[in-house]
Design a protein. Structure first.
Length: 349
């Protein structure tokens, strides 16, 4: 009996090529397994064989989405795979988006099962959970040992055509897909049972979970803007030429703080946008459209605001995980409060 042929997708880090400095490498394919592929092969068992590993840098994939997909599909085609597995990506945002994108493309192009694994806050989950089975993982590669058996188990079910059980059983992220089934107890009786469990303080599980929306109370209005110290914070990806902090064009893992002391306006000779989620043509010509330094300096001179902070904070919002965004906000907020800032202008795209 011939083995099930598997192709595995990895980024530059998990392929053991390098870190952020190698994130621009173009797609390539290598025979056999690499790095995490060993754990995957062991979990899949003797009936499966990882025949090739396709590799692409996170930055290259994110910046060349269509070309990267096309080239990777061409690299995979000669191997005639029967199963495709990407990652797992854990909480790496750019990697998660790449895994979801290429897995969905492979499934569509070759008509074979394709799946991946990610942490719940990876932006790739929300983007691709309706297109793919995405195994729930820990937030870092420390969870690799537990993730691979779950990926292998679901992959084997997909190959065999076995029934896929609910997310809590088979370990994948909820896909928002409801399936009709027959229950031996009518709905009204189940509802009363759940109500009684809730009244007693007992653990129960709803059959219709509702989405959770974070609530943030609005800030107190500024009583007198002429006495306020104002700062600018942007998710528009505005950075000094050369992007010294190497902020990612999507799925950002960092932010930057940039000095504008003595500047009356933003110059295209000094600042650019590295954002990967909108057409930056106008911003590249006039970065004041994203960081309104020119207008705020005029307001400062006119006394309409008390003082403008001589710096701005910047990151990119496209695909950035909620977890990373919360970390950015908390750290930036602490720094602004320490500097006596009383008002913040938030600009996006």
């Amino acid at each position: 009996m011939s083995k099930i042929k598997v192709v595995h997708y990895l980024n530059q880090f998990f392929a053991q090529i390098g870190g952020e400095e190698m994130a621009d490498i173009e797609p390539e394919i290598r025979e056999g397994l690499i790095g995490p592929g060993l754990a995957l092969q062991q979990a899949l068992g003797a009936d499966y064989e990882i025949v090739a590993t396709v590799i692409c840098g996170d930055n290259y994939f994110g910046s060349n989405l269509e070309e990267a997909q096309s080239r990777i599909l061409e690299l995979i085609k000669p191997y005639s795979p029967q199963l495709f597995i990407a990652g797992p990506a854990f909480n790496a945002g750019r990697y998660g988006v790449a895994c979801g994108t290429i897995a969905a493309a492979v499934e569509k192009e070759f008509g074979i099962p394709a799946l991946t694994g990610m942490y719940v806050e990876n932006p790739g989950v929300e983007m691709f959970k309706k297109d793919l089975y995405i195994i729930e993982t820990a937030n870092s590669a420390a969870g690799m040992r537990k993730a691979m058996p779950k990926i292998a188990n679901l992959a084997q079910k997909l190959i065999k055509g076995d029934e896929i059980l609910p997310p809590a059983v088979d370990g994948y992220h909820e896909r928002g897909i409801r399936v009709n089934y027959f229950h031996d107890q009518r709905g009204s009786a189940r509802a009363v049972d759940m109500l009684l469990q809730k009244v007693k303080g007992e653990e129960y599980q709803t059959e219709y979970p509702m989405p959770y929306f974070d609530r943030v109370p609005p800030a107190t209005p500024i009583a007198d803007m002429s006495k306020a110290k104002v700062a600018i914070v942007s998710s528009g990806g505005i950075v000094p030429v050369g992007n010294p902090d190497r902020i990612e064009s999507s799925s950002a893992t960092k932010f930057g703080k940039y000095d504008v002391t003595g500047m009356d306006r933003m110059s295209k000779d000094d600042f650019i946008s590295i954002h990967g989620g909108y057409d930056t043509a106008y911003i590249l010509e006039d970065p004041n459209l994203a960081i309104p330094l020119d207008v705020l300096r005029e307001m400062e001179k006119e006394g309409r605001i008390g003082e403008l902070a001589n710096y701005f904070y910047s990151t990119t919002g496209t695909g950035t995980s909620v977890g990373n965004a919360e970390v950015f906000g908390t750290e930036i907020g602490k720094q602004l409060l320490a500097d006596g800032v009383t008002a913040v202008i938030l600009t996006s795209t």
